[in-house]
Design a protein around this ligand. Sequence first.
Ligand code: SAM
Length: 257
Amino acid sequence: MAKCIEKKFFQTEWQGVGFDNLHVKLSKSEMPTREFYDKFYINFFNKYKRYSDLPDSWLSVKKNTAISIYNTFSGKKEILSFGCGIGFVESVIADLQEDLLIDAFDFSEISSKWIKHSSKVKCINNLSEDKKYDIIYLCQVFYAIPGDECVNILKSLSTKLKAGGLIVLIDTSIIPSENGSNKMLDFIYKMKNTFDFIFTDSIIFKNIFDFGKKKQLWGWQRSNYKTSEFVSKAGLNLYKQFPSDNQSFTLITKSKI
Ligand SMILES: C[S@@+](CC[C@H](N)C(=O)[O-])C[C@H]1O[C@@H](n2cnc3c(N)ncnc32)[C@H](O)[C@@H]1O
């Protein structure tokens, strides 16, 4: 299987909140704007009133992911979550260590409605010029950064790291075994990708398959190799890549450890 893979994917809803009710123009070529996310979160908070209203399966995966993220901290205290969304992961992490200070950043000002009441999590919509962190993590966010911005975002986040600090990316690799699945699944996915390339991705078939569907470009599924390319182009050091909680973790440092 070619290792350096990147493939667009699309979404029509999240947690049962359909995008066609948001009164924003959906796009199959442009990523969602801040306005899109703000409108999405308004509808989301109309539907759900607290974390426990969300499906148990989602809460369980996120809880395990939060613990795995916390395990990369090694006792460090000053943390930035970039793209925190509704802040459930941060709420779990905040309970794991007494003296943690988490800055939770999202470009949507609406998403923090529940987490902003936590005493250990500070919600921010702008990154401070001079504040530096021990750990900066992006949980299911890097996939939403277009390829031509990935290098710049890594470079810019690395300037906010303290000496010895770590950037942690948590995403779902396009290659199942990189998320910890059985290697056999890689073969099945390769077949599916070939099918998609010939049929659903080709212009003629795309128009047939997509007819009437209101889809939003949601991001890029990437292989670990593709992610590691961004890391080296940003002049950073790929410290480790490993599967956990059915996702792939990429640990990045400024210089070799
Ligand atoms: C899939 S959610 C992930 C939320 C959370 N980290 C989690 O794992 O549950 C992605 C979040 O990233 C935010 N986001 C997307 N692109 C962003 C960007 N360029 N800058 C800041 N936040 C962004 C969105 O507003 C959204 O809340």
